[in-house]
Design a binder for this molecule. Structure first.
Ligand SMILES: Nc1nc2c(c(=O)[nH]1)N[C@H]1C(S)=C(S)[C@@H](COP(=O)(O)OP(=O)(O)OC[C@H]3O[C@@H](n4cnc5c(=O)[nH]c(N)nc54)[C@H](O)[C@@H]3O)O[C@H]1N2
Ligand SMILES: Nc1nc2c(c(=O)[nH]1)N[C@H]1C(S)=C(S)[C@@H](COP(=O)(O)OP(=O)(O)OC[C@H]3O[C@@H](n4cnc5c(=O)[nH]c(N)nc54)[C@H](O)[C@@H]3O)O[C@H]1N2
Ligand code: SF4
Ligand SMILES: [Mo]
Length: 700
């Protein structure tokens, strides 16, 4: 039964490329092209092509581990589960439910994210749950919700990109982070449209652009305001649209007018002629888009920054119209769905708010509990990690590797070590799992069925294609067994389709409404865009609600149907360079490694392509420091010191250095990063902090 090709989707990023999986007679699984999925049409990046290698028992966990005398030793499932339930129960008894923490991930399927959020609130009774998506797109989500009343990363399918007139890509290196999507931007240019890329580095993506703006890290807010200033000064606003479809323009306009182009040039390093050229390119065509990714978002002012880019779209009538709009390129495999169904500190399923009495009543009804028994909102991801060992004494972690990926990682590692008890469910022995008291080996994408929601808001069915190695169980099984041991016998099924059935009901009527979706439909239709409410019986259109590929064309999701401008002003980053730390560090990704590297660092071909960390230095900076290409250099910030070889490149600003964050150990970029948080989204400032660089002498 499990020998034919199974159509499914990649385990890694939010593009969720379609692929076929075929088990091989000699063991192992082959990844082959699946041309019927419109987003990648068969194309895969190296990570997707090699993803099946991480299914091998050689590189992964296959037996539960428990800590004995300081060491992790193999144990049976009942013993490992008993130990977790026993310790969580004991900590709750002694310190109360909020001493229990839960940390999730945007790579978990909708079913898992939903079950994890329910487990925290119903079984543990804790408010202390959050997840790694907080480190990802939370600023864009906050700004989108404010402006449009709804956060769906892209309000249109990627297939619209080639047909618009101009796209401004702000802080996205999609040529490396979502390679098959580059095609849409190449087609845009072939069709006569233009591409503007905003990035302090001349990346592979920036190389494709008609115009590359290279601002200082952390100054995108000023840049967007400067562009809006010019839009007004040059009479390029769409007054009728502003009048009919928006509110708040006067205040936003006044705020933008305080940002003169010459002032913006001084802050950003982007020249006035470049600003004017960008405005011309963006405003001349009929339709245009702004897409942001982590560059402008992972800042302590990320929400205001995205707000300023949305203002630019609204002032020029480029949102909620065909082929126009603002979108966020969400990152993780289920980065969109993972933020909708309740693993976030302030949230209930269906993208409902935990502090909304109506939402509490509805979801408590589906869960069969008293609304008053549901805890209130908890701490954000970094604040939760920072509270470990003090207010929060025990943690259950699923789907994240914060020892490598959290800001100020040495401190986070120390907090994890100070816990009374840590349980980690993972597919591999990650750097975080190594610190745990109990490690549970769980099944992966190809071994289980479940849904993810791609960066387009398209809900997809990932299908089981192979059997897991013996001894490995699913995350849903883990939650079921723990709930049972903690006295909640019902409500945590292990069958994903059953969980999805409940998720549908819990989401019904909410902003992210999945109630009209079934596994059968998702399989037949190759994914469906939410919202997709269940249609009342007897309504026309027997096939059910068609789903919503394009949002906001008639009205925005606010009470009055209008989009809201936000009045924002430029402010500095939390840490600006000074005499001691004269440079800016920014961080990001390379094409061959994924996130904390827990999975991709286990694939030889990917390690050969990207063997380790490095520090990008401009030739002028390198000359001043006396560093040659390949020399080990130390990058030092107020949080710590990281060492990696210098990579000298003219593709970066001379006042900025760049490190990828995929590796643990002495080259860990997050030893350096600043956990200064955005006041609204609680996003840490991964994209800028002050550092100095010390040359350690020539490489051996
Ligand atoms: N290969 C690979 N692909 C991935 C991932 C991965 O780890 N590896 N992760 C996935 C996930 S979860 C995510 S969130 C996405 C992320 O996808 P991207 O956002 O494309 O990735 P990053 O490399 O973090 O950042 C993008 C760019 O922002 C630039 N940048 C740095 N500072 C600033 C700034 O202040 N302003 C501006 N405008 N730009 C700045 C960097 O130079 C970088 O080129 O990728 C997804 N895809
Ligand atoms: N300096 C710096 N730091 C960053 C960023 C940056 O740009 N710069 N980007 C941030 C962003 S955008 C993100 S999204 C985070 C991501 O950082 P992490 O949260 O660390 O993400 P991953 O490395 O994907 O970790 C996922 C873990 O879950 C495991 N896993 C995979 N599938 C499953 C499953 O189904 N169940 C369970 N239980 N486990 C599973 C994997 O093996 C892996 O150990 O990093 C953030 N950190
Ligand atoms: S682009 Fe993303 S989804 Fe597509 S194959 Fe690569 S990692 Fe997988
Ligand atoms: Mo992300």
């Amino acid at each position: 039964m499990e020998s034919a090709a199974t159509p499914t989707h990649c385990p890694y990023c939010a593009l969720q490329c379609g692929m076929n999986l075929t088990p091989l007679p000699q063991g192992g699984v082959e990844v082959t092209e699946r041309a019927d999925f419109p987003v990648n049409r068969g194309a895969l990046c190296g990570k997707g092509r090699t993803a099946a290698q991480v299914l091998s028992p050689e590189v992964r966990l296959t037996v539960p581990l428990v800590r004995e005398g300081g060491r992790l030793v193999e144990a049976g499932w009942p013993e490992a589960l008993d130990r977790i339930a026993g310790r969580l129960g004991a900590v709750r008894e002694r310190y109360g439910p909020d001493a229990l923490g839960v940390f999730g991930g945007g790579g978990l399927t909708n079913e898992k994210a939903y079950a994890l959020g329910k487990f925290a609130r119903v079984v543990l009774g804790t408010s202390q749950i959050d997840y790694n998506g907080r480190f990802c797109m939370s600023s864009a989500a906050a700004a989108g919700t404010k402006a449009f009343g709804l956060d769906r990363g892209l309000p249109f399918p990627l297939e619209d990109v080639p047909r618009t007139g101009c796209v401004i890509l702000v802080g996205s290196n999609l040529a490396e982070t979502m390679p098959p999507s580059l095609r849409f931007f190449t087609e845009l240019r072939e069709n006569g449209g233009t591409l503007i890329v905003v990035d302090p580095r001349r990346t592979r993506t920036a190389e494709q652009a008609d115009l590359h703006l290279a601002p200082r890290p952390g100054t995108d807010l000023a840049l967007a305001l400067g562009l809006l200033h010019l839009v007004v000064a040059e009479g390029r606003t769409d007054e009728e649209y502003i009048r009919e479809r928006t509110t708040g323009w006067e205040e936003a306009r006044a705020a933008a007018m305080a940002h003169w182009p010459e002032y913006v040039e001084r802050i950003t390093g982007v020249s006035v002629p470049e600003l004017r050229e960008a405005v011309r390119m963006f405003c001349e065509p009929e339709a245009a888009m702004v897409l942001t990714a982590r560059g402008p978002e992972q800042q302590s002012k990320g929400t205001d920054t995205v707000g300023a880019w949305i203002n630019l779209c609204l002032a020029t009538g480029r949102a909620g119209r065909p082929l126009s709009g603002y979108g966020c390129l969400t990152g993780q495999g289920n980065g969109q769905g993972g933020r909708e169904h309740g693993q976030k500190a302030d949230q209930l399923p269906g993208y409902r708010k935990l502090d909304d009495p109506e939402a509490r009543r509805h979801v408590a009804g589906v869960w069969g509990v008293d609304p008053d028994s549901l805890p209130g909102p908890g701490r954000s991801a970094y604040e939760l990690l920072d509270a470990l060992g003090t207010d929060v004494r025990a943690l259950l972690l699923m789907g994240s590797n914060p020892v490598v990926s959290a800001p100020r990682a040495a401190h986070v590692e120390e907090r994890l070590r100070s816990l009374d008890f840590l349980a980690v469910a993972d597919v591999v022995l990650s750097e975080t799992a190594r610190l745990a008291d109990v490690v549970l080996p769980v099944t992966q994408w190809a071994e289980e069925t479940g849904t993810t929601t791609s960066l387009e808001g398209r809900v997809l069915l990932r299908r089981r294609a192979v059997a897991p190695p013996p001894g490995v169980r699913s995350d849903l099984y883990v939650l079921h067994e723990l709930a049972d041991r903690l006295g909640v016998e019902k409500g945590f099924p292990t069958d994903p389709e059953e969980v999805f059935g409940e998720l549908r009901r819990a989401s019904a009527g909410g902003p992210a409404d999945y109630s009209g979706l079934t596994y059968g439909r998702l399989a037949r239709e190759n994914g469906v865009f939410w919202p997709c409410p269940e249609e009342p019986e007897g309504s026309p259109g027997a096939g059910g609600h068609p789903g919503t590929p394009r949002l906001f064309l008639d009205r925005f999701a606010t009470d009055d149907g209008r989009a809201r401008f936000v009045a924002v002003a430029h402010r500095e980053s939390a840490e600006e360079p000074d005499a001691e730390y004269p440079l800016l560090l920014t961080t990001g990704r390379v094409v061959a490694q994924y996130q904390s590297g827990a999975q991709t660092r286990r694939v030889a071909e990917l390690n050969a392509a990207a063997p380790g960390p490095f520090v990008e230095l401009h030739p002028r900076l390198a000359a001043r420091l006396g560093a040659a290409d390949g020399d080990p250099v130390a990058v030092v910030s107020r949080r710590g010191r990281a060492v990696a070889p210098a990579r000298i490149t003219g593709a970066i600003r001379a006042d900025t250095v760049f490190m990828p964050f995929h590796w643990p150990g002495e080259g860990r970029a997050n030893t350096l990063t600043n956990p200064a948080l955005d006041p609204t989204s609680r996003m840490p400032e991964f994209k800028s902090c002050a550092v100095r660089v010390e040359v350690l002498g020539p490489a051996e």
